[in-house]
Design a binder for this molecule. Structure first.
Ligand code: G3P
Length: 214
């Protein structure tokens, strides 16, 4: 499973990228707003730091507006993916953008039907929101399992980006569910490589070594 970073924070991206763990980056309007910096500037900086795909989301809700924004954003860097909301207008935009070779990530997917629509329209990536489904008492992981089954069954080319990932269990379960990618918040990432027993083990080794070498 590939790891994308779900952040627009340059320091977080540099830190995790330094470990060779960043296969791509996803952003959304909330994530960009959190940084308080110019959208285009931030996205271009991220694209220069990361080799893999970088998702930048359109703001328009109409097809023409989405397509125009997408054409503009796609020129910012070679590794841009344009994020499009899962609506009828969004599907029409994805269909048009697919034909002109602009990669898309259809976001805010909450059902197998929506994922299937986006994949059929030509989305490069489809993003089910795992945590937000869990919030309403529906299994987000089960959606990832079922989306993977449907994509494989019909040979659809879209890749799943498990999004709205909130904890280590989500990362592990999406990997087991066969998600192609999980997009992980910068604050969660360090928790993936830590374990209290690892820390205790190191402390014990250091104590024993200090005692031995007195
Ligand atoms: O990738 C989507 C993500 O940013 C949404 O996460 O935690 O706001 O549901 P969350």
């Amino acid at each position: 499973m590939k790891f994308f970073l779900d952040t627009a924070n340059i320091e977080e991206i540099k830190r995790i990228n330094g470990l060779g763990l960043v296969d791509g980056v996803t952003t959304n309007p909330t994530i960009i707003a959190r940084e308080g910096r110019d959208f285009e500037t931030v996205i271009k900086e991220i694209c220069a730091l990361v080799e893999g795909p970088v998702s930048a989301e359109v703001i328009s809700l109409e097809t023409d507006g989405m397509v125009n924004e997408a054409r503009e954003i796609a020129q910012w860097a070679d590794n841009i993916v344009v994020k499009i909301p899962m609506t009828e207008a969004g599907l029409a935009a994805v269909h048009i953008l697919n034909k002109v070779g602009i990669k898309t990530n259809v976001t805010l997917i909450f059902s197998v039907a929506q994922g299937l629509m986006a994949a059929k329209a030509g989305a490069t990536y489809i993003s089910p929101f795992v945590g937000r489904l869990d919030d309403i008492g529906v299994s987000g992981i089960n959606l990832v399992v079922e989306l993977r089954q449907v994509l494989d069954k019909y040979g659809l080319k879209s890749e799943i980006i498990a999004a709205s990932i909130r904890n280590i269990e989500h990362v592990e379960a999406t990997a087991l569910a066969g998600s192609h990618i999980a997009t992980i918040p910068g604050s969660l990432f360090p928790k993936l490589w830590t374990h209290p027993l690892t820390d205790n083990g190191i402390a014990q080794f250091m104590m024993d070594w200090a005692e031995f070498s007195k």
